[in-house]
Design a protein around this ligand. Sequence first.
Ligand SMILES: Cc1cc2nc3c(=O)[nH]c(=O)nc-3n(C[C@H](O)[C@H](O)[C@H](O)COP(=O)(O)OP(=O)(O)OC[C@H]3O[C@@H](n4cnc5c(N)ncnc54)[C@H](O)[C@@H]3O)c2cc1C
Length: 302
Amino acid sequence: MPLWNEYHLPTSVDEAVALLAKYAGRARVVAGGTDLILDLQQGHEQPVEALVDVTRIAGLTEIRQDADYVIIGCGVTHAQIVTSELLHQKATCLVEASYVVGGPQVRNVATLAGNVAHALPAADGSTALNVLDAEVEVVSFNGRRWIPFTSLFRGPGQSAVDSTREVLTAIRFKATGNHAATAFSRIMRPQGVALPIMNMAVCVRVIADHIAAAAIAAAPVAPTPFRCRQTEVFLKDRPAIPATIEAAIEPLLSECRPRTSPHRATAEYRREVLPVLLRRTLSKAIERAKSGMVTPNIYEVE
Ligand SMILES: Cc1cc2nc3c(=O)[nH]c(=O)nc-3n(C[C@H](O)[C@H](O)[C@H](O)COP(=O)(O)OP(=O)(O)OC[C@H]3O[C@@H](n4cnc5c(N)ncnc54)[C@H](O)[C@@H]3O)c2cc1C
């Protein structure tokens, strides 16, 4: 049995959602196909009547700024994100996350929207978007709506976006402002494919050498992307110095619940990794926020 019969390349959102409506649940949105085609081939997804490719829709292959928001269309690949000067300045953690997704061939076709719609809690792009307080626009035949990033996830691999009937058309977030900066890092097996042992993203605002606000996402420590709210509260108004980072390890470990994964790491190992990631990622974000210098770590060996 073929994995799909028809392949459509709509050039507008209206055309894409009309196609999905016509197939009434028997079609599926595809972007780079780096998750979906493997899932179809390996039997993790049922064959479909049609694939609706959303990477040729006019206006949705761009990264742009509109007033306070940075907007990323659903056709934007990780390779585009890595080379975006706008994102280097306004969302450094996202550039660093996209840079580690697969190799160049994967990054050239795989999209950030596909990373999010696939709904795995440790997807690198999702971890970065989590600290940016992103929102996603979802369009169906019946209309369009913006959903907060955190409402998108229902469990591992379970998205609130129904990819047989809806298109996640765009992702938006507010650009990091004055005195603020972000950072992302991860620990990966040398021969690892697809998902890290653990990753972390941080957004921090530093005023007068004190942490005015912090957002921290660690993954995988829960069935859905997780914000370390207790650690964020702990950090607020404390001096932006190494001793504060060390002291934040305790609340971080108390609220994160990593599990053993047969393919990646044990829960115990992941608990050892969490402080390492916090030191690396938070200190990098603080350094950037203090200096105003943001050069993404995209040429370093992991
Ligand atoms: C060799 C290899 C290495 C990888 N390494 C990493 C890694 O290091 N880190 C990581 O996070 N991921 C990794 N991945 C996973 C994958 O590349 C990413 O998750 C990628 O961003 C998925 O995007 P895509 O465009 O290929 O999505 P697709 O495979 O096209 O789609 C994924 C899912 O999202 C749905 N979908 C896609 N776009 C939309 C949309 N606009 N609206 C609604 N639904 C949509 C599809 O129906 C499908 O369910 C790797 C994959 C491979 C094959």
